[in-house]
Design a protein around this ligand. Structure first.
Ligand SMILES: Cc1cc2nc3c(=O)[nH]c(=O)nc-3n(C[C@H](O)[C@H](O)[C@H](O)COP(=O)(O)OP(=O)(O)OC[C@H]3O[C@@H](n4cnc5c(N)ncnc54)[C@H](O)[C@@H]3O)c2cc1C
Length: 431
């Protein structure tokens, strides 16, 4: 069953049979039917490896991939400037370029396979929350200049007056518009991609939680599911995101499952629609709001970052209060859907993509900015497996750094609370 999200309520009823029996054999088995797993499977097929099987514990897109904000944009959870200090200019430039290529690849997969996923080509608008701060306005402009100079990326500066014309609120100052971005219905895309994989001869199995990955003396692996089914595979890719359990401690011990929340309003009558731009919107705080108008005139609103998974009623209450800080005129609007989802974060905030043993690959920790990066990871892994070439050497910089379990979660929450407090102070202080 899908969680009770707006996406699940509006996606087509597509299902994929659970893995059954014990005799199957594939070239590559992929654990996880999120974007990382699906992008890898599809990337392999596009390189001639059609014998792939995706095993998903619940339903396709059950994890972060089928519940997210639907923003598809370049970059990673880690800041672009930090990439340059970590890796040097050229490798950082290549990483960033790969994320932009991934945006284009998702776009071209949607077009080539006619995946109906409510895609809106409106860009992404980064709004200045600190409208009274000249420093914050300057920082936004510097960010645009820095991206243009170092990565050759053009983000347009948008004046506060233009923002005011696009949004029925005086909450913000100016903004930056990343034109080469879009937003979509992520669950429809995930299901569409799973359908494409199946049509191309791949296997997709839902309700097939992998409980063991045994290596075989003869080479390769056997994956066993909770229902007693199994499949043999020459190579395995593990892409369980924040939902992977204790199956592989080397992976779960290197990423924190962190929650973020989303609501969707009832469809808004024309007089109450506050967004007059097709862009997806977010702001420049640490725990920023992210929102967009849906094609059926609802407002989808996401935000907050926490180690706590909350009940839908509480999520609705918290996020509606956040929404009203920006659009108080929506006070009487009903919230019809509320849900949370788990992101997986490494301490370094970059994806972890690599190999645990010969033939046993992984991709996780895409954080809150994962739609394009999961596609990058799928391409890297498909190139490595099908092309027998190494993963980019620079990925070693972002390894399986331990996160220290519960203590790590508490430390993460403390740092989030501190960052939020800092933003609240910045909002009050002039300058
Ligand atoms: C609420 C929310 C909003 C977000 N908004 C955005 C956004 O707007 N733009 C953006 O770029 N990013 C966003 N993100 C981040 C992005 O969604 C994630 O980074 C990305 O989807 C991660 O994909 P994944 O495949 O690694 O993990 P997931 O999508 O979580 O998939 C992992 C899958 O593995 C399965 N699994 C786990 N264990 C097993 C097992 N043992 N056997 C079989 N299957 C297993 C799970 O059931 C799950 O379906 C958001 C995330 C959340 C939670």
């Amino acid at each position: 069953m899908h969680p009770q999200t707006y996406y699940a309520a509006t996606a087509p009823c597509l299902s994929f049979a659970p893995l059954a029996g014990t005799g199957g054999n594939v070239e590559v088995a992929v654990l996880g039917g999120g974007f990382a797993g699906l992008a890898t499977a599809r990337g392999l097929q596009e390189r001639g490896i059609t014998s792939v099987a995706v095993l998903e514990a619940q339903s396709i897109g059950h994890g972060a991939s089928g519940r997210n904000g639907g923003f598809v944009f370049g970059g990673y959870s880690r800041d672009a400037a930090d990439l340059v200090s970590d890796l040097g200019l050229q490798p950082a430039r290549e990483f960033y370029a790969r994320s932009r290529d991934a945006v284009a690849l998702i776009r071209s997969r949607v077009a080539a396979h006619v995946i109906d996923c409510d895609k809106v080509e409106g860009g992404a608008l980064l709004l200045n929350w600190f409208k009274h701060s000249t420093r914050a306005e300057r920082r936004l402009r510097e960010q645009a200049r820095w991206l243009a100079e170092h990565f050759g990326v053009a983000w347009d500066e948008i004046s506060a007056a233009q923002v005011r014309r696009w949004l029925d609120t005086d909450r913000y100052g100016g903004a930056l518009l990343e034109r080469d971005a879009f937003h979509f219905h992520p669950l429809k895309y995930a299901l569409g991609l799973a359908g494409v994989i199946e049509q191309a001869g791949g296997r997709v199995h839902e309700h097939s939680p992998v409980t063991a990955i045994d290596s075989r003396d003869a080479g390769g692996f056997v994956l066993r599911t909770a229902q007693g089914a199994s499949i043999r595979a020459a190579q395995v890719v593990v892409a369980g995101g924040g939902y992977l359990d204790a199956l592989l401690p080397a992976l779960t011990g290197a990423r924190l499952p962190i929650a973020t929340y989303v609501i969707a309003t009832e469809p808004l009558p024309e007089r109450l629609r506050p967004i007059q731009t097709p862009a997806a919107l977010y702001d420049n705080r640490f725990a920023f709001d992210y929102y967009r108008a849906l094609t059926d005139h609802r407002l989808l609103w996401g935000g907050r970052i926490s180690i706590q998974q909350r009940e839908p009623a509480r999520i609705a209450e918290l996020l509606k209060a956040d929404m009203l800080k920006v659009f108080p005129q929506l006070a009487a609007v009903r919230i019809e859907h509320a849900w949370g989802g788990l992101m997986s974060y490494a301490r370094h905030k970059m994806p972890q993509v690599g190999r645990l043993a010969p033939g046993l690959w992984f991709a996780q920790a895409f954080g809150g900015h994962g739609v394009a990066p999961t596609t990058v990871a799928g391409e890297w892994l498909a190139e490595a497996i099908a092309g027998r070439i190494d993963l980019p050497a620079a990925l070693q910089r972002y390894g399986l750094t331990p996160v220290f379990g519960q203590a790590g979660l508490l430390a993460a929450q403390a740092s989030y609370s501190w960052a939020e407090l800092r933003d609240a102070l910045r909002e009050r202080l002039p300058g």
